[in-house]
Write a protein that binds this ligand. Sequence first.
Ligand code: GDL
Length: 671
Amino acid sequence: MPRTFRSRARGLTLAGVVALSLGLIAANPVQAVPHHEGAGGPSSAKALPVVTPTPQQMKSAGTSLTVPDRVRVVVGTDVDDATLSLIGRTLTSAGARHVTTVPLGDRGTVPATHGSGTLTVVVGSVKDRPVAAALRAAGGEIPHELVAEGYSLATTAGTRHSGSTAVLAGNDGDGVYYSAQTLRQLVTGKHTLASVTVTDHPSMPLRGSIEGFYGAPWSQADRLDQLAFYGDVKANTYIYAPKDDTYLRANWRDPYPAGELADLHALITQATSHHVDFTYAVSPGLSICYSDPSDVAALESKLGSLYDQGARSFYIGLDDISYTKWNCASDQTKYGSPGQATAGQAQADLLNAVQHDFIGSHAGNKPLQTVPTEYSDLADSPYKKVLREQLDPQVVVQWTGTDVVPPSISLTDAQAASQVWGRKVFLWDNYPVNDYGRTAGRLLMAPYDKREAGLHTALSGIVLNPMNQASASKVALFGGASFAWNDQDYDPARTWRAAADYLAGGDARTAQALLDFFDTEHLAPTFGTENWQPQAPALAAQLADFRSAWAGDVPRVRRAGLQKLRAYAARLSDAPRRIRSGVRDQAFLTETAPWLNALDLWAGALDATLDGLEDTLHGGTGAADYARAADLADQAAAITTIPGTTRPQGPVKVADGVLDVFIQQAPAATR
Ligand code: GDL
């Protein structure tokens, strides 16, 4: 009954149904791969799969489900094309060859399950009574409070007489989509789905990224890819704010040419289909005349041009501007001499006007968001006082922490920020952004870390400001989205491994190679002299072990130390090759090419150094090997960032301060 079906599954076309039933969706395979606690370990029926972000509640429901050749999907309300297609891809990746979709029965009932050996997936709103009943029957729970974007999922393995069921029940359409994202991660092998009961919802309403860096903006392809990725990690926010889009900042009054507008339209469509809000930011502060009604109108008209393309979330960026000067004489007349309090007043007036006259008057708009000019401290000031007291409470305010790039973010800090701003603050997290001096030549690939559990009580959300390298930023973004979803159960190392697994498409050896590579790009600087993440901690630990084995001057112990370090060196030298052949994300490979090439050479230099050390154990000087090592290190140090792709540019850094030091010191240590 296609008509009933169409009305229930919003916008699903008959072609879509046919494609699902023919299993054609398999042409675009989903990344559903074995994810088990203790990656690579043997799977048992009761091992909980790794689901990222970690669900608020997940427990094993016993024996795994078998995915047969034919699977039936019963579709209720709030199920969109993206969700249905994801379920189809998940099931085909788990070995199903025919996935047929049927609507809830005429009287809103779940059609009777087939017999033994079958699998029925029921998906829809938890407000659909039959979906709720199926959920309960499968051992799931209806949440007391239907938190936005939440969902419940339950499975029952079949018996000799009855088939298996999986029930996916969303609190709303986003929740239904996220239930399918969880199902994707329950595939534990060909024809196997982990059996679990999940009740889940996000801890923070806003999760994702702000493209807010200086230097080369992301490409259209980067952004389209990112938006799909955000759906996979249950992130719902992308703030479009590249500093180098001139229509957004330097020439904010100019309308976008048709081509640029068409690209933005494509991004909005892509965002919507992955349950992401495309938030359009405009940064007028370099030239706006706050008191000039025609400037306010120009700003609203710019936002309106994006509203017409489908955007429903808007942002005014007031960062990195001066408030010690006005841009026009009439601001002096209206507000008085420039300064903190008068700047606060002018900005409050502007933001309130936009919230009122534009946001409030256009259907479907989310509350206005902003980053103020003082965004990186906790000290109260005349500027903050005016905004705290006068800014419409609906306006969402961003804050970067106790500094532009803080060493950590504690709950106490965030509570103080929410006091100072008179509302929960929205964290603009300057990680893994690499547009400032101390990040020259660096990728920032450490786990997302040093954000305190419980932050959801003081933050309305978190967006990360990423690197110019979009795909390489996925490692940190994966962590940030996971933390914002469930900060209480966030585990940095586990999420880091899950991110590597995601990039590796589930191949354990590629994932390990990625982690070894990330370790060599682990350093995260602050704006000061302090680093908030150390460089290459795993490699440094290996080298420290080696140094202590060598220090004793006992040949047997030295040999054992050498052997152990050789094993790690072999992993490092193998990593670039494995990554190049195992990672499907071509953009990741292109972006990281200089660092992977440099790692090839640095690993060669380490190897040569170990040859030299070994030579000394046999009475030699190691000199020829050390010279080879020095030559390879020189070649590695000469590799630079790809011109035009990043700011600032320079020689790429690989395990700097750790590996280079070891290679330099080795000859002296054995003299
Ligand atoms: C900043 C800028 C940001 C930049 C970052 C790191 C904010 C609010 N603004 O101060 O655009 O990428 O530093 O250099 O953080």
